[in-house]
Design a protein around this ligand. Sequence first.
Ligand code: R5P
Length: 285
Amino acid sequence: MKVLGGPASQLLGSRVAREIGCELAIVEFKQFPDGELYLRIAEELDGDTLIVQSTTTNNDIIYLLQLIDAASDGYLRVAIPYFGYARQDKRFKLGEPISARAIAKAIDADESYVVNIHDPASLDHFHLRNGKKAVNLSAAGLIGNYLKGMEFTSPLLIAPDEGATALVIDVSKAMGCEFDVLVKKRVTPERVEIQPKTVHVDARDVVIVDDMISTGGTMAEAIKLLRGQGARQVHVACIHPVLSLNAQLRLYRAGVDSIIATDTIEKTESVISVAPIIKKAVEGC
Ligand code: R5P
């Protein structure tokens, strides 16, 4: 099998190839002056291919479709560690598309894996060859194990909203510590309100865990609430560090001690690799 690391997942693609112990192919890519994208797999494939490409930007989606087309002969596995547009998984208003479905339908592969997709119901939108189902991998255990290796005083995990509860439960099981859940209301795409709640964090170290940090609005509000209630240290951890606009500034301004994330999106904060769970999925463990 050969691994194709797409433009958005060059590091993770390399790590997956190393984990599995197979060849990492060279992919060349560029943008034409009119904005169109070009991509070429610069070597022969062997009929068994794994593409690793997150879709954080619109260009990443085009590159993914080009990679799938270029590698379509033979058995094809497609790992989309961060599946963009997953939050538009419903028609919230009349006339809207289900964007997650539009993209999932375009994945022509034998197997496909995503990591902690926003809503696992989106997996039903994939139509893979031979009727196979797309698989949602969880990086919760990897985050829990990473946090277990950090030195904390009386640690407490926090879900910043009810949607993050299942993830926080899984991280707390791997880490072996308590958790609590906050309640959030989104006012605008950039602004959220967290309902006032007394959390007993006095002199404790807190890690707020969510599936993704986008504008940082959710985390910033949670950090302020917990700091205001006397937390000793406040860290944030997420699977997908989208970190759009001035998210890092918002988080540090709110008083975060560190930002911990996986490499589903390759950022400075991506200190945990999801390569082991992709390897397991490929090997069918
Ligand atoms: C929401 O449903 C997600 O789980 C995250 O809480 C949200 O996407 C984070 O977005 P932001 O960083 O912009 O508040």
